[in-house]
Ligand binder design. Structure first.
Ligand SMILES: Cc1ncc(C[n+]2csc(CCOP(=O)(O)OP(=O)(O)O)c2C)c(N)n1
Ligand SMILES: [Mg+2]
Length: 518
């Protein structure tokens, strides 16, 4: 792009810089301070803007878009209050190292002193999620966006919060969009690889995989390493993972602290590939934060910014083995779906059977996901996006982002009911964009996991019902219809199978409320 073409507003330069660096989607909820950004997004050829009816949908969708494409998406937010609404899902993205650029409009620079109602401390909101970058002139909009992209493509802090005062967005510039060089991938340290390989070959060696993505090639390398050394292989909570009948299955480390401690009890050395040392999700009385045995060795091979496949390939080369072919086992056939009243078990059966090859599954099923997860290795090959940062309300937005990122793939969302309500407006964007998403709401009408935690803590409630969602029960099928998504409620396995079939046969979004027997 030459300077004549790039003449326009600071906002035009900012958007042109994004486009020149391959960033061509924006999940947006704008306001008056973003008018020129809206204009720039609208008139830039090749830029697709997706309107979300709540900022937490924008951020969750941008996160999933980046996880599927490997490219950052933009989010567009209205000053501090708009960005504050986005933060829980920005937190989730930060926890799994998603590249993300949040463009946050601000008051015109000279209007800040007037302390108008929406004036807010965007800097302090930015600090806990990412790097704060401020546009200080229309000419500076290009370099500032380039800096944000450099951060997103880097190793450490991949979230950039780009604050754009309205006057710098509307001011004119002849600036040219800078092109950001991609960083080179770090080579694994040969000595560390040798030490890690030797540790894996000893009894009690275990490989823990985690990070932004566990792809098919990484799984096949891990399987070859397992066969060659006899080590165990587990995963943390990767942001994206390949699953299904054509890849080796690995166990995920359990959520609750006692099973987690048990799963790691016999470990002599944990080789953490792209993974931090496992920790319990919360602190519990008389329970250690770090479930690995104290005496176990810990070897960190690469961080979340490193390429898992490259690290595992280095171990495989050290062992002189090739990646295993296919799943390295014969997956058990999927069972018949129990047609009776719905439980997490037959819900999981019906769901696993309904996954078409190449689908993206988004799971925020919380207490109802076990049935699907147990059968996932036998299901058709698919990509799983999990919600990893612990902030609930990421599932439905992630389904939006995944469907926008991969219009030729089906998206199935297995979604707990309580979590669904945080960002239920996602349904409206699914309808507006005609996204091919099937949402299965696991309607146990409770915050069930909190009931389990209460019981484990020995707490009996006197009747405050702070974990009950059944009075009134949410009519999810009706809510979906209100957002323009066809919805149906089912109560048995047989009905769920029929509803999933119908959803697969028709284009566009569908919602199935799977009412679990109490
Ligand atoms: C943003 C945020 N708010 C609150 C919580 C606390 N929390 C964790 S699980 C949960 C309830 C989950 O209920 P539901 O989604 O229905 O899942 P279920 O256990 O019933 O399957 C809550 C409120 C959280 N993790 N994140
Ligand atoms: Mg629930």
């Amino acid at each position: 792009m030459d300077s004549a073409e790039s003449a326009g507003t600071g906002a035009d330069l900012l958007v042109a810089t994004a486009l020149a660096n391959g960033i061509d989607h924006c999940f947006a909820n704008p306001g008056t301070t973003e008018l020129h950004l809206v204009q720039a997004l609208d008139r830039a050829p090749g830029m697709r803007s997706v309107l979300c009816a709540f900022e937490g949908v924008c951020s969750g969708a941008a996160d999933a878009f980046a996880r599927i494409t490997g490219r950052p998406a933009l989010g567009l937010y209205h000053l501090g209050p708009g960005f504050a609404n986005a933060l829980a899902n920005v937190h989730n993205a930060r926890r799994h190292h998603t590249p993300m650029i949040n463009v946050i409009g601000d008051q015109a620079s000279w209007h800040l002193a007037a302390d108008a109602p929406l004036t807010s401390d965007i800097g302090s909101l930015s600090e806990w999620t990412g790097r704060l970058i401020e546009v200080t002139s229309p000419d500076g909009a290009g370099p500032a966006m380039a800096e944000a992209i450099r951060g997103a493509l880097g190793d450490e802090q991949r979230i950039s919060n780009l604050v754009v005062p309205a006057d710098h967005a509307w001011g004119s510039t002849t600036g040219v969009p800078p092109i950001v060089e991609r960083p080179l991938r770090r080579r694994p340290d040969a000595d560390m690889v040798a030490v890690a390989t030797a540790a894996l070959a000893r009894p009690g060696g275990t490989l823990v995989l985690d990070g932004p993505a566990i792809g098919a090639a990484a799984l096949r390398l891990a399987e070859a390493i397992r066969l060659a050394t006899g080590c165990t292989v587990t995963s943390g909570r990767p942001a994206r993972q390949e699953l299904g009948s054509d890849v080796p299955a690995i166990d995920q480390l359990p959520y609750f602290p006692q099973p987690l401690q048990l799963a790691l009890a016999g470990v002599s050395t944990a080789v953490l590939v792209g993974a931090e040392e496992p920790v319990t999700f919360f602190g519990y009385p008389d329970t250690p934060s770090y479930p690995l045995p104290t005496e176990a060795g810990r070897i960190a091979l690469g961080g979340p910014g490193d390429d898992l496949e490259m690290l595992l390939a280095a171990i495989a080369t050290e062992l002189g083995v090739e990646p295993s072919e296919g799943p390295g086992r014969t997956p058990a056939p999927l069972p018949e779906v129990d047609p009776g009243p719905l439980s997490p078990r037959n819900l999981g059966q019906a769901f696993a059977c309904a996954i078409p090859e190449g689908a993206i599954v988004v799971s925020e099923a919380i207490s109802s996901g076990g049935g699907y997860r147990a059968l996932a290795p036998s299901a058709a090959p698919h990509t799983l996006l999990a919600v990893t940062g612990g902030a609930i309300g990421g599932g439905l937005p992630a389904a939006v982002g995944a469907a926008v990122a991969a219009p030729d793939r089906s998206v199935l969302a297995l979604q707990a009911d309580g979590s669904a309500l945080y960002t239920i407006q996602s349904l409206w964007t699914m309808a507006r964009e005609r996204l091919d998403v099937t949402v299965v709401i696991c309607a146990n009408r409770r915050y069930q996991i909190l009931d389990v935690e209460l019981a484990a803590a020995g707490i009996e409630l006197a009747g405050s019902e702070l974990t009950a969602l059944d009075d009134p029960p949410v009519d999810f099928a009706g809510v979906a219809a209100g957002f323009g998504v066809p919805g149906v409620a089912v109560t048995t396995g047989a009905e769920l199978v029929r509803a999933l079939d119908r959803a697969a046969a028709e284009p566009g979004p569908h919602l199935i409320e799977a009412v679990l027997a109490g």
